[in-house]
Write a protein that binds this ligand. Structure first.
Ligand code: LLP
Length: 438
Protein backbone atom coordinates (compact mmCIF):
# COMPACT_ATOMS: atom_id res chain seq x y z
CA UNK A 1 0.00 0.00 0.00
CA UNK A 2 1.33 3.44 -0.94
CA UNK A 3 2.07 5.82 1.87
CA UNK A 4 0.35 9.20 1.38
CA UNK A 5 3.71 10.84 1.97
CA UNK A 6 5.11 9.22 -1.18
CA UNK A 7 2.62 11.31 -3.13
CA UNK A 8 4.30 14.51 -1.97
CA UNK A 9 6.59 14.02 -4.99
CA UNK A 10 3.62 14.97 -7.20
CA UNK A 11 3.08 18.29 -5.40
CA UNK A 12 5.04 21.56 -5.76
CA UNK A 13 8.65 21.14 -4.69
CA UNK A 14 8.61 22.61 -1.18
CA UNK A 15 5.36 20.91 -0.13
CA UNK A 16 5.61 19.40 3.36
CA UNK A 17 3.62 18.18 6.31
CA UNK A 18 3.39 20.17 9.58
CA UNK A 19 3.19 19.00 13.19
CA UNK A 20 -0.58 18.75 12.98
CA UNK A 21 -0.24 16.31 10.10
CA UNK A 22 -1.57 18.91 7.63
CA UNK A 23 -0.37 19.38 4.07
CA UNK A 24 1.60 22.62 3.70
CA UNK A 25 2.06 24.26 0.28
CA UNK A 26 4.03 27.45 -0.28
CA UNK A 27 4.38 27.66 3.50
CA UNK A 28 0.58 27.74 3.94
CA UNK A 29 -1.45 25.14 5.82
CA UNK A 30 -3.90 23.86 3.19
CA UNK A 31 -6.53 23.01 5.82
CA UNK A 32 -6.51 26.65 6.91
CA UNK A 33 -6.62 27.84 3.28
CA UNK A 34 -9.67 25.66 2.63
CA UNK A 35 -11.39 27.19 5.66
CA UNK A 36 -10.42 30.75 4.75
CA UNK A 37 -11.14 30.76 1.01
CA UNK A 38 -13.68 27.94 0.76
CA UNK A 39 -13.56 24.92 -1.56
CA UNK A 40 -13.09 23.90 -4.31
CA UNK A 41 -9.96 26.02 -4.20
CA UNK A 42 -7.11 26.06 -6.68
CA UNK A 43 -3.66 26.88 -5.32
CA UNK A 44 -0.59 27.87 -7.27
CA UNK A 45 2.81 27.65 -5.65
CA UNK A 46 4.50 30.82 -6.87
CA UNK A 47 8.07 29.68 -6.31
CA UNK A 48 7.48 26.41 -8.11
CA UNK A 49 5.96 28.27 -11.03
CA UNK A 50 8.86 30.73 -11.25
CA UNK A 51 11.40 27.90 -10.97
CA UNK A 52 9.68 26.06 -13.82
CA UNK A 53 9.87 29.13 -16.06
CA UNK A 54 13.55 29.51 -15.26
CA UNK A 55 14.07 25.81 -15.87
CA UNK A 56 12.84 26.12 -19.47
CA UNK A 57 14.82 29.30 -20.13
CA UNK A 58 18.02 27.81 -18.69
CA UNK A 59 17.85 24.19 -19.83
CA UNK A 60 17.09 25.16 -23.41
CA UNK A 61 19.15 28.37 -23.36
CA UNK A 62 22.35 26.65 -22.29
CA UNK A 63 22.02 24.04 -25.01
CA UNK A 64 20.68 26.30 -27.77
CA UNK A 65 21.56 29.93 -27.23
CA UNK A 66 18.74 32.42 -27.30
CA UNK A 67 15.88 29.90 -27.39
CA UNK A 68 12.60 31.79 -27.28
CA UNK A 69 10.30 30.35 -24.60
CA UNK A 70 6.66 31.23 -25.06
CA UNK A 71 4.09 29.91 -22.60
CA UNK A 72 0.97 28.34 -24.09
CA UNK A 73 -1.76 30.35 -22.36
CA UNK A 74 -4.42 27.74 -23.00
CA UNK A 75 -2.97 25.71 -20.10
CA UNK A 76 -4.07 28.50 -17.72
CA UNK A 77 -3.88 32.25 -17.88
CA UNK A 78 -5.23 35.14 -15.89
CA UNK A 79 -3.88 38.59 -15.11
CA UNK A 80 -1.65 37.59 -12.21
CA UNK A 81 -0.14 34.67 -14.12
CA UNK A 82 0.46 36.84 -17.20
CA UNK A 83 2.34 39.38 -15.05
CA UNK A 84 4.44 36.63 -13.47
CA UNK A 85 5.34 35.14 -16.85
CA UNK A 86 6.43 38.53 -18.08
CA UNK A 87 8.61 38.99 -14.99
CA UNK A 88 10.21 35.62 -15.73
CA UNK A 89 11.00 36.73 -19.28
CA UNK A 90 8.69 34.33 -21.12
CA UNK A 91 6.63 35.21 -24.17
CA UNK A 92 3.10 33.97 -24.77
CA UNK A 93 1.28 31.75 -27.24
CA UNK A 94 -2.32 32.96 -27.48
CA UNK A 95 -5.07 31.34 -29.52
CA UNK A 96 -7.97 33.74 -29.21
CA UNK A 97 -8.97 37.34 -28.84
CA UNK A 98 -9.75 36.48 -25.21
CA UNK A 99 -6.25 35.25 -24.36
CA UNK A 100 -4.80 38.16 -26.30
CA UNK A 101 -7.05 40.56 -24.38
CA UNK A 102 -5.85 39.25 -21.00
CA UNK A 103 -2.21 39.66 -22.07
CA UNK A 104 -2.87 43.17 -23.39
CA UNK A 105 -4.72 44.19 -20.22
CA UNK A 106 -1.60 43.74 -18.09
CA UNK A 107 0.71 45.50 -20.54
CA UNK A 108 2.36 42.31 -21.80
CA UNK A 109 4.90 43.26 -24.50
CA UNK A 110 3.07 42.48 -27.78
CA UNK A 111 6.28 41.67 -29.63
CA UNK A 112 6.69 38.63 -27.34
CA UNK A 113 3.30 37.19 -28.25
CA UNK A 114 2.59 34.59 -30.93
CA UNK A 115 -0.92 34.15 -32.26
CA UNK A 116 -1.98 30.57 -33.00
CA UNK A 117 -5.26 28.99 -34.01
CA UNK A 118 -6.87 27.01 -36.80
CA UNK A 119 -9.79 29.37 -37.36
CA UNK A 120 -8.82 32.89 -36.39
CA UNK A 121 -11.55 35.41 -37.13
CA UNK A 122 -11.02 38.62 -39.06
CA UNK A 123 -11.75 40.54 -35.84
CA UNK A 124 -9.16 38.59 -33.91
CA UNK A 125 -6.56 39.11 -36.63
CA UNK A 126 -7.37 42.78 -36.75
CA UNK A 127 -7.05 43.07 -32.97
CA UNK A 128 -3.69 41.27 -33.06
CA UNK A 129 -2.30 43.53 -35.80
CA UNK A 130 -3.53 46.70 -34.10
CA UNK A 131 -1.78 45.60 -30.93
CA UNK A 132 1.49 44.97 -32.79
CA UNK A 133 1.66 41.26 -32.05
CA UNK A 134 5.06 39.61 -32.55
CA UNK A 135 4.16 36.75 -34.85
CA UNK A 136 1.11 35.23 -36.43
CA UNK A 137 1.35 31.49 -36.85
CA UNK A 138 -0.62 30.92 -40.03
CA UNK A 139 -2.51 27.64 -40.07
CA UNK A 140 -4.13 27.36 -43.53
CA UNK A 141 -4.64 28.96 -46.97
CA UNK A 142 -7.84 30.76 -45.98
CA UNK A 143 -5.99 32.52 -43.18
CA UNK A 144 -3.03 33.33 -45.40
CA UNK A 145 -5.28 35.20 -47.82
CA UNK A 146 -7.34 36.91 -45.12
CA UNK A 147 -4.28 38.00 -43.15
CA UNK A 148 -2.65 39.44 -46.26
CA UNK A 149 -5.80 41.44 -47.02
CA UNK A 150 -6.25 42.77 -43.49
CA UNK A 151 -2.55 43.63 -43.20
CA UNK A 152 -2.80 45.43 -46.55
CA UNK A 153 -5.74 47.52 -45.31
CA UNK A 154 -3.80 48.44 -42.20
CA UNK A 155 -0.59 49.10 -44.05
CA UNK A 156 1.49 46.69 -41.96
CA UNK A 157 3.61 43.67 -42.83
CA UNK A 158 3.28 41.06 -40.06
CA UNK A 159 5.97 38.47 -39.54
CA UNK A 160 4.49 35.02 -39.87
CA UNK A 161 5.36 31.41 -39.27
CA UNK A 162 3.68 28.69 -41.29
CA UNK A 163 2.31 25.83 -39.22
CA UNK A 164 2.97 22.46 -40.80
CA UNK A 165 1.68 19.09 -39.71
CA UNK A 166 4.67 16.83 -40.14
CA UNK A 167 2.74 13.57 -39.98
CA UNK A 168 4.48 12.29 -36.85
CA UNK A 169 2.54 10.39 -34.19
CA UNK A 170 3.69 11.30 -30.66
CA UNK A 171 1.75 8.38 -29.09
CA UNK A 172 -0.53 10.30 -26.79
CA UNK A 173 -4.34 10.47 -26.40
CA UNK A 174 -6.05 10.98 -29.77
CA UNK A 175 -7.83 14.12 -28.51
CA UNK A 176 -4.48 15.81 -27.91
CA UNK A 177 -2.61 14.56 -30.96
CA UNK A 178 -2.16 17.38 -33.46
CA UNK A 179 0.84 16.80 -35.72
CA UNK A 180 -0.48 13.88 -37.74
CA UNK A 181 -1.70 14.29 -41.33
CA UNK A 182 -5.33 13.67 -40.36
CA UNK A 183 -5.57 16.82 -38.20
CA UNK A 184 -7.52 20.06 -38.34
CA UNK A 185 -4.31 21.94 -37.53
CA UNK A 186 -1.70 23.22 -39.95
CA UNK A 187 -0.70 22.73 -43.58
CA UNK A 188 -0.07 19.06 -44.31
CA UNK A 189 3.56 18.70 -45.35
CA UNK A 190 2.35 17.77 -48.84
CA UNK A 191 0.86 21.29 -49.22
CA UNK A 192 3.81 22.93 -47.52
CA UNK A 193 5.50 24.02 -50.73
CA UNK A 194 2.36 25.73 -51.98
CA UNK A 195 2.05 27.49 -48.61
CA UNK A 196 5.65 28.71 -48.75
CA UNK A 197 5.36 29.90 -52.36
CA UNK A 198 2.05 31.68 -51.66
CA UNK A 199 3.33 33.39 -48.55
CA UNK A 200 6.47 34.60 -50.36
CA UNK A 201 4.27 36.03 -53.09
CA UNK A 202 1.91 37.91 -50.75
CA UNK A 203 3.27 41.42 -50.45
CA UNK A 204 1.81 42.21 -47.03
CA UNK A 205 3.29 39.21 -45.24
CA UNK A 206 6.81 38.46 -44.14
CA UNK A 207 7.34 34.71 -43.72
CA UNK A 208 10.12 34.23 -41.17
CA UNK A 209 9.84 30.59 -40.24
CA UNK A 210 8.05 27.31 -39.76
CA UNK A 211 6.19 25.79 -36.85
CA UNK A 212 4.87 22.41 -35.80
CA UNK A 213 3.20 21.09 -32.66
CA UNK A 214 2.90 17.34 -32.27
CA UNK A 215 0.44 17.10 -29.40
CA UNK A 216 0.31 17.23 -25.64
CA UNK A 217 1.52 15.04 -22.77
CA UNK A 218 4.25 13.48 -24.90
CA UNK A 219 6.35 11.10 -22.83
CA UNK A 220 8.77 10.23 -25.65
CA UNK A 221 11.45 12.47 -27.14
CA UNK A 222 12.03 10.65 -30.43
CA UNK A 223 8.92 12.13 -32.11
CA UNK A 224 10.44 15.61 -31.69
CA UNK A 225 13.65 14.50 -33.39
CA UNK A 226 11.71 12.88 -36.21
CA UNK A 227 9.60 15.99 -36.82
CA UNK A 228 12.59 18.37 -36.58
CA UNK A 229 14.45 16.36 -39.21
CA UNK A 230 11.45 16.32 -41.53
CA UNK A 231 10.73 20.03 -41.22
CA UNK A 232 14.37 21.08 -41.56
CA UNK A 233 14.66 18.87 -44.66
CA UNK A 234 11.61 20.62 -46.04
CA UNK A 235 13.08 24.05 -45.19
CA UNK A 236 16.33 23.22 -46.98
CA UNK A 237 14.33 22.18 -50.01
CA UNK A 238 12.35 25.44 -49.97
CA UNK A 239 15.58 27.42 -49.64
CA UNK A 240 17.07 25.75 -52.67
CA UNK A 241 13.94 26.02 -54.80
CA UNK A 242 12.42 29.31 -53.67
CA UNK A 243 15.01 31.17 -51.64
CA UNK A 244 12.98 30.72 -48.45
CA UNK A 245 15.08 31.45 -45.34
CA UNK A 246 14.19 29.64 -42.11
CA UNK A 247 14.75 32.36 -39.53
CA UNK A 248 12.72 30.63 -36.84
CA UNK A 249 11.73 27.09 -36.06
CA UNK A 250 8.85 26.58 -33.61
CA UNK A 251 8.71 23.05 -32.26
CA UNK A 252 5.56 23.49 -30.16
CA UNK A 253 5.02 22.26 -26.63
CA UNK A 254 3.74 18.95 -25.36
CA UNK A 255 6.36 18.05 -22.76
CA UNK A 256 4.95 15.52 -20.32
CA UNK A 257 4.55 15.89 -16.56
CA UNK A 258 4.17 13.27 -13.87
CA UNK A 259 0.56 13.00 -12.71
CA UNK A 260 0.77 9.66 -10.91
CA UNK A 261 3.53 7.80 -9.10
CA UNK A 262 3.66 5.11 -11.76
CA UNK A 263 3.94 7.50 -14.76
CA UNK A 264 7.24 9.35 -14.39
CA UNK A 265 8.07 12.00 -16.97
CA UNK A 266 11.42 13.06 -18.40
CA UNK A 267 13.07 16.19 -17.01
CA UNK A 268 13.08 19.35 -19.13
CA UNK A 269 16.82 18.82 -19.69
CA UNK A 270 16.19 15.57 -21.58
CA UNK A 271 13.84 17.26 -24.05
CA UNK A 272 16.24 20.22 -24.34
CA UNK A 273 19.22 17.97 -25.00
CA UNK A 274 17.67 16.02 -27.85
CA UNK A 275 15.83 18.96 -29.43
CA UNK A 276 18.90 21.22 -29.42
CA UNK A 277 21.09 18.45 -30.76
CA UNK A 278 18.65 17.51 -33.51
CA UNK A 279 18.24 21.09 -34.74
CA UNK A 280 21.98 21.71 -34.71
CA UNK A 281 23.02 18.43 -36.37
CA UNK A 282 20.36 18.44 -39.02
CA UNK A 283 20.91 22.10 -39.96
CA UNK A 284 24.64 21.46 -40.31
CA UNK A 285 24.05 18.33 -42.35
CA UNK A 286 21.72 20.24 -44.69
CA UNK A 287 24.00 23.27 -44.84
CA UNK A 288 21.35 25.75 -43.69
CA UNK A 289 21.90 28.51 -41.10
CA UNK A 290 20.84 27.64 -37.54
CA UNK A 291 17.31 28.95 -37.00
CA UNK A 292 16.14 30.72 -33.86
CA UNK A 293 14.45 28.00 -31.77
CA UNK A 294 10.99 28.65 -30.33
CA UNK A 295 9.36 26.35 -27.76
CA UNK A 296 5.85 26.67 -26.35
CA UNK A 297 5.38 24.67 -23.17
CA UNK A 298 2.03 25.02 -21.41
CA UNK A 299 1.26 22.06 -19.17
CA UNK A 300 4.85 21.48 -18.11
CA UNK A 301 5.12 25.04 -16.77
CA UNK A 302 1.95 25.11 -14.66
CA UNK A 303 0.63 21.60 -14.04
CA UNK A 304 2.61 20.68 -10.96
CA UNK A 305 2.47 24.18 -9.48
CA UNK A 306 -1.31 23.86 -9.19
CA UNK A 307 -3.22 21.90 -6.56
CA UNK A 308 -6.98 21.56 -6.16
CA UNK A 309 -8.51 21.43 -2.67
CA UNK A 310 -11.93 19.91 -2.16
CA UNK A 311 -13.99 19.18 0.90
CA UNK A 312 -15.30 15.65 1.32
CA UNK A 313 -19.01 15.26 1.94
CA UNK A 314 -20.99 12.07 1.52
CA UNK A 315 -19.15 8.78 2.02
CA UNK A 316 -21.24 6.05 0.41
CA UNK A 317 -20.05 2.55 1.12
CA UNK A 318 -21.61 -0.16 -1.03
CA UNK A 319 -20.39 -3.32 0.73
CA UNK A 320 -18.44 -5.59 -1.57
CA UNK A 321 -18.76 -3.12 -4.44
CA UNK A 322 -17.14 0.29 -3.92
CA UNK A 323 -16.87 3.19 -1.51
CA UNK A 324 -17.63 6.57 -3.04
CA UNK A 325 -16.30 9.71 -1.40
CA UNK A 326 -18.07 12.70 -2.93
CA UNK A 327 -16.35 16.06 -2.94
CA UNK A 328 -17.71 19.56 -3.49
CA UNK A 329 -16.20 19.96 -6.99
CA UNK A 330 -15.56 17.57 -9.85
CA UNK A 331 -15.99 17.63 -13.60
CA UNK A 332 -17.06 21.29 -13.67
CA UNK A 333 -13.64 22.39 -12.43
CA UNK A 334 -11.62 19.42 -13.70
CA UNK A 335 -12.99 17.70 -16.77
CA UNK A 336 -9.72 15.94 -17.57
CA UNK A 337 -10.60 12.56 -15.98
CA UNK A 338 -14.01 12.50 -17.69
CA UNK A 339 -12.78 13.79 -21.05
CA UNK A 340 -9.41 12.11 -21.51
CA UNK A 341 -9.57 9.36 -18.91
CA UNK A 342 -6.81 11.31 -17.15
CA UNK A 343 -5.39 9.69 -14.03
CA UNK A 344 -4.54 11.74 -10.99
CA UNK A 345 -3.76 11.08 -7.34
CA UNK A 346 -4.91 12.66 -4.09
CA UNK A 347 -4.17 12.91 -0.39
CA UNK A 348 -6.29 13.72 2.64
CA UNK A 349 -4.71 17.04 3.55
CA UNK A 350 -5.74 16.94 7.21
CA UNK A 351 -4.64 13.31 7.75
CA UNK A 352 -1.22 13.26 6.11
CA UNK A 353 0.41 11.09 8.76
CA UNK A 354 -2.42 8.58 9.11
CA UNK A 355 -2.05 5.14 7.61
CA UNK A 356 -3.93 4.41 4.46
CA UNK A 357 -7.00 2.44 5.37
CA UNK A 358 -8.91 1.54 2.27
CA UNK A 359 -9.54 1.99 -1.39
CA UNK A 360 -12.12 4.62 -2.33
CA UNK A 361 -13.37 6.33 -5.45
CA UNK A 362 -13.45 10.12 -5.36
CA UNK A 363 -16.58 11.35 -7.09
CA UNK A 364 -17.60 14.86 -8.00
CA UNK A 365 -20.91 16.45 -7.10
CA UNK A 366 -22.26 16.94 -10.62
CA UNK A 367 -25.21 15.13 -12.16
CA UNK A 368 -23.32 12.71 -14.36
CA UNK A 369 -22.23 9.20 -13.45
CA UNK A 370 -19.04 9.96 -15.36
CA UNK A 371 -18.17 12.67 -12.86
CA UNK A 372 -15.47 10.64 -11.16
CA UNK A 373 -12.20 12.40 -10.31
CA UNK A 374 -10.19 9.38 -9.17
CA UNK A 375 -11.14 5.74 -9.34
CA UNK A 376 -9.79 3.30 -6.75
CA UNK A 377 -7.27 5.18 -4.68
CA UNK A 378 -6.12 4.08 -1.30
CA UNK A 379 -6.46 6.77 1.37
CA UNK A 380 -6.75 7.01 5.17
CA UNK A 381 -10.31 6.63 6.44
CA UNK A 382 -12.11 9.67 4.96
CA UNK A 383 -14.90 11.45 6.80
CA UNK A 384 -17.21 14.28 5.82
CA UNK A 385 -15.37 17.57 6.29
CA UNK A 386 -11.92 16.23 5.40
CA UNK A 387 -9.88 18.21 2.87
CA UNK A 388 -8.86 16.29 -0.25
CA UNK A 389 -5.88 17.70 -2.16
CA UNK A 390 -5.31 16.74 -5.80
CA UNK A 391 -1.87 17.53 -7.25
CA UNK A 392 -1.19 18.25 -10.91
CA UNK A 393 -4.20 20.55 -11.35
CA UNK A 394 -2.41 23.63 -12.65
CA UNK A 395 -2.92 22.93 -16.35
CA UNK A 396 -6.12 22.62 -18.38
CA UNK A 397 -8.44 22.36 -15.35
CA UNK A 398 -9.43 26.00 -14.76
CA UNK A 399 -9.46 26.98 -18.46
CA UNK A 400 -11.74 24.05 -19.24
CA UNK A 401 -13.92 24.70 -16.19
CA UNK A 402 -17.60 25.25 -16.77
CA UNK A 403 -20.77 26.16 -14.95
CA UNK A 404 -22.52 22.79 -15.22
CA UNK A 405 -25.39 22.53 -12.75
CA UNK A 406 -25.03 26.32 -12.40
CA UNK A 407 -21.95 25.82 -10.29
CA UNK A 408 -19.51 28.60 -9.51
CA UNK A 409 -16.00 28.43 -10.90
CA UNK A 410 -13.51 28.13 -8.05
CA UNK A 411 -11.37 30.75 -6.40
CA UNK A 412 -7.65 30.72 -7.17
CA UNK A 413 -4.94 31.56 -4.69
CA UNK A 414 -1.21 32.09 -5.14
CA UNK A 415 0.89 30.89 -2.21
CA UNK A 416 4.45 31.83 -1.32
CA UNK A 417 6.48 32.03 1.91
CA UNK A 418 3.43 31.42 4.07
CA UNK A 419 1.38 34.15 2.37
CA UNK A 420 -1.71 33.49 0.30
CA UNK A 421 -3.03 36.02 -2.17
CA UNK A 422 -6.28 35.68 -4.06
CA UNK A 423 -5.68 35.91 -7.81
CA UNK A 424 -9.23 35.09 -8.84
CA UNK A 425 -12.28 35.28 -6.64
CA UNK A 426 -14.91 32.55 -6.60
CA UNK A 427 -17.85 33.17 -8.91
CA UNK A 428 -21.15 34.20 -7.41
CA UNK A 429 -24.79 33.78 -8.37
CA UNK A 430 -24.67 37.29 -9.82
CA UNK A 431 -21.76 36.27 -12.06
CA UNK A 432 -23.77 33.31 -13.31
CA UNK A 433 -26.71 35.46 -14.32
CA UNK A 434 -24.73 38.47 -15.59
CA UNK A 435 -25.37 37.67 -19.24
CA UNK A 436 -29.02 36.67 -18.86
CA UNK A 437 -31.53 38.99 -20.49
CA UNK A 438 -35.25 39.07 -19.69
N1 LLP B 1 1.42 24.85 -28.82
C1 LLP B 1 0.28 24.55 -29.44
C2 LLP B 1 0.12 24.97 -30.84
C3 LLP B 1 -0.72 23.84 -28.79
O1 LLP B 1 -1.84 23.53 -29.42
C4 LLP B 1 -0.53 23.45 -27.44
C5 LLP B 1 -1.56 22.71 -26.70
C6 LLP B 1 0.68 23.82 -26.82
C7 LLP B 1 1.63 24.51 -27.53
C8 LLP B 1 0.97 23.46 -25.39
O2 LLP B 1 1.02 22.10 -25.17
P1 LLP B 1 1.43 21.56 -23.70
O3 LLP B 1 2.86 21.97 -23.47
O4 LLP B 1 0.53 22.20 -22.72
O5 LLP B 1 1.24 20.11 -23.77
N2 LLP B 1 -6.63 19.93 -22.58
C9 LLP B 1 -5.68 18.91 -22.90
C10 LLP B 1 -4.46 19.45 -23.56
C11 LLP B 1 -4.76 20.29 -24.79
C12 LLP B 1 -3.50 20.81 -25.46
C13 LLP B 1 -3.84 21.81 -26.50
N3 LLP B 1 -2.71 22.38 -27.18
C14 LLP B 1 -5.36 18.13 -21.62
O6 LLP B 1 -5.83 18.51 -20.55
O7 LLP B 1 -4.64 17.14 -21.66
Amino acid sequence: MVDQLARLALFPKATRVNDQGHLVIGGCDTVELAAEFGTPLYLFDEQHLRDKCADFVNEFGQRYAGTTVIYACKAFINKAIALLLNEEGLGLDVVSGGELGIARSVGFPPEKVYFHGNNKSADEISMALDWGIGRIVVDNFHELKMLNEIAGEKGCVPEILLRLSPGVDPHTHSYITTGTVDSKFGFPLASGEEAVVSSLALSNLKPVGLHFHLGSLIFEIEPYQQAIELILGFAADMRRKHGFELGELGIGGGFAVQYTLDTPALPVSAYAELIAKSVRHKSQELGIPLPQLVIEPGRSVVAQAGVALYRAGVVKDIPGVRCYVSVDGGMADNIRPALYGAKQEAVVANRMTEKEGREVTIAGKFCESGDILIRDISLPQVEAGDVIAVPGCGAYCLPEAMNYNASFKPAVVMVKDGQARLIRRRETLEDLMRCDVL
